[in-house]
Design a protein around this ligand. Structure first.
Ligand SMILES: [Zn+2]
Length: 264
């Protein structure tokens, strides 16, 4: 027993074309030149870890004004988070009996706009925000220049935050190990958590859906920063999964999140 309880926080759903999640899920063929695209709903979740030494929040979800101009139109059109305001961080925490002021530590898996949009709650506070060094570098490069990726918004993270920069793998707290899982982004963090209910491996956007991880189906190329690094990160997770009989948490798999809610 590690005395650690986990709660999945419901931060609503992103709506998008399935081809982003599963590369070539729908493609035209000679005999069907205009097949119907598949438009789906994908969970946005955060994880609350009630550890004996600290209350940890994993990721901060989308900004509540995602639909009202906080997100650029092109990104909202591609990944419409229409209920980001209804499912803001305060509401999702209240669902499980917590308040923003209860959070002692924040960990950001990465700084994309559907993961870092609640950081403003911690601006001007002493709450440490753990992030991998390469993620912070890449996020600033992306948001402040024409280089990098488009899914980083300076307004989400260019704030007065108490950054705790992670350089490699390290223990966050007893029973919580941070893992560097690059590929989706250069500095993505995952975690191995020894919870009372068993080992949980946070894979996050290493796999958008279960199929990416379990069936080896590639994500769309726009979700991949470095495919070789991503393959290596998946191997790392699979190796740990085998050794620990862990539950692997995927980035946006609504079916998995539905199934696991209340059971972790
Ligand atoms: Zn994501």
């Amino acid at each position: 027993m590690t005395g650690m309880e986990l709660q999945l926080l419901d931060r609503g759903t992103i709506r998008s074309d399935l081809n982003f999640a599963l590369d070539g899920a729908v493609t035209a063929t000679y005999s069907d030149r205009s097949p119907d695209l598949e438009y789906g709903e994908y969970a946005v979740w955060n994880l609350l870890v009630d550890h004996p030494e600290a209350t940890v929040l994993w990721d901060t979800g989308s900004h509540p004004d995602a639909a009202d101009g906080h997100w650029p139109d092109s990104l909202f059109e591609a990944f419409a988070h229409v209920d980001a305001d209804e499912r803001d961080l305060e509401t999702a925490l209240a669902d499980v009996g917590y308040d923003v002021s209860d959070i002692d530590i924040v960990v950001q898996s990465h700084l994309h706009l559907d993961h870092a949009g609640g950081l403003y709650h911690f601006a001007g506070t002493e709450v440490p925000v753990y992030v991998h060094r390469r993620e912070l570098e890449h996020a600033y490069l992306s948001a402040k220049s024409d280089a990098g990726d488009t899914a980083y918004l300076a307004a989400d993270f260019d704030l007065d935050l108490n950054w705790e920069v992670v350089h490699g793998e390290r223990q966050l707290l007893p029973g919580i190990e941070l893992l560097h899982l690059p590929g989706h982004t250069p500095g993505q963090l995952g975690a191995a958590i020894e919870a009372d209910s068993g080992t949980v491996l946070i894979g996050g956007d290493v796999a958008f859906l279960a199929e990416n991880y379990e069936a080896g189906r590639a994500m769309g190329s726009s979700l991949i920063h470095d495919s070789q690094a991503l393959a290596e990160s998946i191997r790392t997770l699979k190796d740990r999964e085998r050794r620990t009989d862990a539950t692997v948490l995927y980035g946006h798999d609504s079916d998995q999140i539905e199934r696991l809610r209340g059971t972790l």
